[in-house]
Design a protein around this ligand. Structure first.
Ligand code: F6R
Length: 211
């Protein structure tokens, strides 16, 4: 499973943890891959994607460290870290990728205009991502780059679920689902995936035209 952090999947992860605990489901055969991470933010910072996934999912599910591969942003050579992640993804394959959508249409840190054939890479964050990202941190934090799996890996995953909730996501959801399929809105690429599904609440779906 390749998973995003962020506000969107929070409830889904809690419900999953509840079911796993209640029904005593064995998760020892699962492997988790982190979709992305802020560069320069250590994993013990509560705003990091790593901290989020450990707190909201891996901890409650009792997942062992050996079952998890997250981007290590403390590595001095991040290009090498991308290569290592690509090799890991290739060796495992991704059965399911769960992604959110940024206010600018990004998926992971695949920012508008990104190349569709990229695998893991370091990305310059755009102004929207830098500004919106402040919500995860208790004090103002300089966010300039991220490290992320690429759209190629999303398209090669066996299944992709894109989730969005809230009125604020309605305009970008309309662009992603009913505008052109283009890396100007990276989330629109989910429409190229044969097993891509979008799960929206009514607010996020409110600007869609019912055809
Ligand atoms: C986080 C990630 C991001 C978020 C997106 C939406 O790991 O991959 O692309 O999914 O920025 O964030 P929220 O869910 O907080 O609205």
């Amino acid at each position: 499973l390749c998973l995003a952090a962020g506000d969107t999947p929070r409830l889904a992860y809690r419900l999953l943890s509840d079911i796993v605990q209640k029904e005593m489901i064995d998760c020892s055969g699962l492997t988790f891959i982190g979709l992305d991470e802020w560069i320069g933010i250590p994993s013990d910072n509560p705003g990091s994607c790593s901290h989020f996934l450990h707190t909201h999912l891996f901890g409650p599910l009792g997942i062992k460290h050996s079952q998890v591969r997250l981007f290590d942003v403390t590595q001095p050579d991040l290009v090498r870290e991308c290569t290592s992640m690509n090799e890991y993804v290739r060796s495992k394959g991704i059965d399911m990728m769960v992604v959110g959508v940024g206010m600018n249409g990004h998926i992971g840190f695949n920012e508008p205009g990104v190349r569709e054939d990229l695998e893991a890479h370091v990305a310059d964050l755009d102004d929207t991502t830098r500004a919106v990202g402040q919500k995860y941190f208790s004090t103002h934090t300089t966010l300039s780059k991220g490290i992320t799996l690429g759209l190629r890996q999303m398209l090669q995953s066996r299944r992709v679920i894109l989730m969005a909730s809230g009125q604020k996501k309605a305009p970008i959801i309309r662009s992603a689902l009913q505008g052109d399929i283009s890396t100007d809105v990276p989330a629109s690429l989910i429409r190229k995936h044969p097993n891509g599904r979008t799960i929206l609440d009514e607010d996020a779906a409110s600007l869609l035209t019912i055809i």
